[in-house]
Design a protein around this ligand. Sequence first.
Ligand SMILES: Nc1ncnc2c1ncn2[C@@H]1O[C@H](COP(=O)(O)OP(=O)(O)OP(=O)(O)O)[C@@H](O)[C@H]1O
Length: 193
Amino acid sequence: MTAALAFDGVACMRGGRTVFANLSFDLNPGDAGVVSGPNGVGKSSLVRIAAGLLAPADGVVHASGRRALLGESSALDRDLTLVRALGFWAGIDGRADMLEEAMAAFDLMPIAAIPVRLLSTGQRRRAGLARIVASGADVWLLDEPANGLDESAVAMLEAAIVVHRARGGIALVATHTPIAIQSARRIALGPVR
Ligand SMILES: Nc1ncnc2c1ncn2[C@@H]1O[C@H](COP(=O)(O)OP(=O)(O)OP(=O)(O)O)[C@@H](O)[C@H]1O
């Protein structure tokens, strides 16, 4: 299956209020989209719609290929060591073969034996990103992936996105901080008038 993600005239309502409307874009293999805009404008909601977790109020979402979502929480078992917690998810996703590459991409090998609950904020974020890589999913949906990351970890994220796109993957990234993503589609949300 070829990966694709397209919004066609999509509207989003939250709490009875229109957050954005008539949004269209399409992402094909190797593409990236960067969703930007001020707080509360609907970036997370857009990512949740793309993930199929929130229904659009209007319009249609076309998605093909496997999707993986990075939200606020990493969903890793706090009591397992990092390598076991990541290995659990890679196994569920049928991609145990990706585990080592994913951990190396975010320099997690040195802390592989540490329980998840003891990780720092940035380490936990890197672990969440490694879970996305290890999923082997075609479409990455990343909500504020740079939160808590230092400069070198942001560079790891940028490099991981390059590799993913080179393999024909798609990345949709909602961010309020700059992340260097070459030739990305800009999806700028603004207040609805
Ligand atoms: N479950 C909900 N019920 C009602 N309103 C909601 C709900 N979730 C979000 N909202 C509202 O929808 C709007 C968009 O929220 P969203 O989290 O998508 O924005 P955002 O652009 O990601 O914000 P931020 O940059 O602060 O993370 C906000 O006004 C928010 O208050």
